[in-house]
Design a protein around this ligand. Structure first.
Ligand SMILES: NC(=O)c1ccc[n+]([C@@H]2O[C@H](COP(=O)([O-])OP(=O)(O)OC[C@H]3O[C@@H](n4cnc5c(N)ncnc54)[C@H](O)[C@@H]3O)[C@@H](O)[C@H]2O)c1
Length: 338
């Protein structure tokens, strides 16, 4: 082969590689560090067996799916949420689909807003398992209402649950992790934690608060290299989140529940596990076009905000006519499962 043909071949290979990466990016459902870790990083199958993982909000949606995937990988579980009967249902299914024994899963009913109960709850976990390797701060509620129509009580409730509840529990668990210089605090944040979607101003504020809080606390833990602070930021994912969202006042429930256009819960949970075993400080978990929007928001924020305003107009119209804000104009996703 002469030199010209060699360089032609090399150029062809390079171009092919770029095309493959471009296709991967176009279809991406995670940010670049997350996709890299999924392909070349540590595998949840190798890292999680025998680890004690405490999941809050384990009675539905992402938390419930995390419980199933963690159980099947052999992690020991603490399942928390308010409804004990729902947690028992999740535990039963975990036991049916894993090699775990009855004592390997602790049901620990917990209202994350009841800050007084957090110390006792942490002690109870330590009594049962003797350690906490991973805390997954997953419990949370969203919002579907316009700021000008919404009572201030809703904003307080969102901050109490999503922010104060989360940081209070984290504080008790971190005491234990600091003693051992070992552990991971994983917080299920949201894309709404760094962009501001319409109809969710209080939710977005609570998730921005969490983002700032954990980014700051991470830097305070530099002397404890065995502790990781991990923020995972999903976009829209199938769960009960819209059904459970706050509206204009504390008591009113949203009416629409079609979630079929969103990412599958199992894929989201899998990417959360990849994020945590690879100690990724922040990951974005969302299908397109949300993933591209995140990059646009980082690199060209004013253009992204212009685009967000265009989309908001349509979302608010949908909302006012009683539909889910997104489902009428986004295609039904053919989502990957884990
Ligand atoms: N589904 C999405 O589109 C999406 C996107 C980004 C982030 N998230 C985040 O994911 C997390 C899980 O939400 P999901 O989508 O699975 O919704 P979900 O409504 O299905 O689950 C929420 C869980 O939190 C629990 N919870 C609510 N209030 C609680 C309280 N006071 N004390 C204890 N537990 C409580 C619920 O019982 C439930 O188990 C939330 O933090 C949410 O903000 C969800």
């Amino acid at each position: 082969m002469d030199v010209a043909s060699f360089f032609l071949l090399l150029g062809g290979c390079g171009l092919l590689y770029l095309i493959v990466q471009l296709i991967r990016f176009v279809k991406a459902d995670g940010d670049l560090t997350l996709l890299w870790a999924e392909s070349f990083g540590k595998k949840p199958e190798c890292q999680l067996p025998g680890k004690v993982v405490w999941v809050t909000g384990a009675s539905s949606g992402i938390g419930e799916e995390l419980a199933y995937q963690l159980a099947s990988l052999g992690a020991l579980l603490v399942l928390s949420a308010r409804r004990e009967n729902e947690l028992q249902r999740v535990k039963k299914k975990c036991l049916e689909n894993s090699n775990l024994q009855e004592n390997d899963i602790l049901i620990l009913p917990l209202d994350v807003c009841d800050l007084e109960s957090h110390e006792g709850a942490t002690k109870r976990v330590l009594q049962h398992f003797g350690r906490i390797n991973i805390l997954v701060n997953n419990s949370g509620r969203s919002q579907r209402s316009l700021f000008m129509d919404t009572d201030l009580d809703v904003y307080k409730a969102l901050m109490e649950l999503n922010f104060f509840g989360t940081i209070s529990l984290t504080k008790y668990v971190l005491h234990h992790m600091i003693e051992k210089n070992q552990g991971k605090i994983v917080t299920v944040n949201s894309m709404a934690g760094f962009i501001g979607p319409c109809l969710a101003s209080g939710y977005s504020a609570s998730k921005h608060a969490l983002q700032g809080f954990f980014n700051s606390v991470r830097t305070e833990l530099v002397d404890y290299p065995g502790i990781s602070i991990i923020n995972v930021c999903p976009g829209p994912v199938q769960s009960q989140i819209v059904h459970n969202a706050f509206t204009e006042n504390i008591t009113k429930k949203p009416e629409y529940t079609d979630q079929s256009h969103k990412m599958s819960t199992s894929r989201c949970a899998r990417l959360i596990l990849v994020s945590l075993v690879n100690d990724l400080n922040e990951t974005w978990i969302a299908e397109q076009p949300y993933q591209t929007f995140c990059y646009m928001f980082q690199y060209a924020p004013s253009w992204a905000m212009w685009l967000a305003n265009k989309v908001a107009k349509r979302r608010i119209q949908n909302f006012k006519s009683g539909m889910d804000a997104d489902s009428s104009y986004l295609p039904k996703q053919k989502t990957k499962t884990s």
